[in-house]
Design a protein around this ligand. Structure first.
Ligand SMILES: [Zn+2]
Ligand SMILES: [Zn+2]
Length: 231
C-alpha cells in the first residue's frame, strides 16, 4: 500500500478499537488469559508495520509492553533462545513454552478474524457514530458492545442480511426487524402461507390487522408466562 508511510501513526476510530478489542473473545492474543485493553501493532511500526487495522491484534497491557518493538515471530524466537540459554538474557522473564508456542498460530487466527469484512462492516454500522475522548469512555462503550454481543446466540455478522446496505445494518439477528420489508407479512411467510392466511381471515369476516394484533398479544402473554415459570 503506497499511501501508508512508514511510521505513520493514525488515531483509530472508536468502532475500530471495538473491532480489535472484542476479537479473540476479548482476550489478549499473546497470553490468552488477560482481557485485551490495548491494540498491539503485530508488525511494529518501527519495522515497517503500517498503522492500519489489518496489522492490529488485541493485547493486554502487560504483554504489549513486554513484546514492544518486535514482531510476534521475533518475540517467540527470543523466548525460545531464553529457554535454551537462560543466562544470556534474551528475555527479561520467561513465559511458559506451552503458552508462547501458540502465539504465532493465535496471531494468524485473530488477524483473519479481524480481516473478516462482514465482521468489520457490522462494527462500523453499529458503532460507527460512537466517539471516545479517553480510555474510560472507550471502556464504557466496550462493555456495552460486549454485552450486546453476549445477548445474541450467534455472532450477528454470521446471520444473513435482509438487504445489503452500506448505510444501515440489516442482519437478521440484530437489526433485521428495522428493515422496511420486515413490517410486512410477506417478509416472513411463504407465498402459499400468506395466501392461506388472507383466505382464513376473509372467511372469518375479520381484518388482517385484528387477527395479527390478537396473535401478537397471545404470543407476548405466552412468552411472559413461560418466563415466570422459569423464574
Ligand atoms: Zn497478555
Ligand atoms: Zn445490526
Amino acid at each position: 500500500m503506497d499511501e501508508i508511510r512508514r511510521g505513520e501513526r493514525g488515531k483509530q476510530r472508536t468502532w475500530q478499537w471495538l473491532m480489535v478489542l472484542t476479537a479473540h473473545r476479548g482476550l489478549c492474543v499473546y497470553c490468552g488469559r488477560s482481557s485485551a485493553t490495548t491494540i498491539d501493532h503485530e508488525k511494529p511500526i518501527a519495522d515497517d508495520g503500517a498503522d492500519v487495522w489489518w496489522n492490529f491484534v488485541p493485547a493486554c497491557e502487560d504483554c504489549n509492553r513486554w513484546k514492544k518493538g518486535r514482531s510476534a515471530n521475533r518475540w517467540v524466537a527470543d523466548m525460545d533462545l531464553h529457554h535454551m540459554y537462560p543466562k544470556e538474557r534474551f528475555a527479561t522473564r520467561a513465559m511458559s513454552p506451552r503458552v508462547y508456542a501458540g502465539i504465532t498460530r493465535r496471531v494468524a487466527r485473530v488477524q483473519r478474524e479481524i480481516a473478516d469484512m462482514d465482521r468489520r462492516e457490522w462494527f462500523q454500522l453499529h458503532y460507527g457514530r460512537e466517539k471516545h475522548r479517553n480510555k474510560a469512555d472507550l471502556f464504557d462503550i466496550l462493555d456495552r458492545c460486549k454485552a450486546e454481543l453476549r445477548s445474541y446466540p450467534h455472532y450477528p455478522w454470521r446471520t444473513p442480511r435482509l438487504r445489503p446496505s452500506r448505510m444501515f445494518c440489516t442482519r437478521l439477528i440484530c437489526c433485521g426487524y428495522q428493515h422496511p420489508k420486515a413490517r410486512h407479512l410477506v417478509a416472513f411467510l411463504e407465498p402459499e402461507e400468506h395466501a392461506a392466511f388472507k383466505r382464513a381471515v376473509f372467511n372469518e369476516r375479520l381484518h388482517e390487522g385484528d387477527v395479527l394484533g390478537r396473535l401478537i398479544r397471545e404470543y407476548l402473554a405466552g412468552r411472559d408466562r413461560d418466563r415466570d415459570d422459569v423464574a
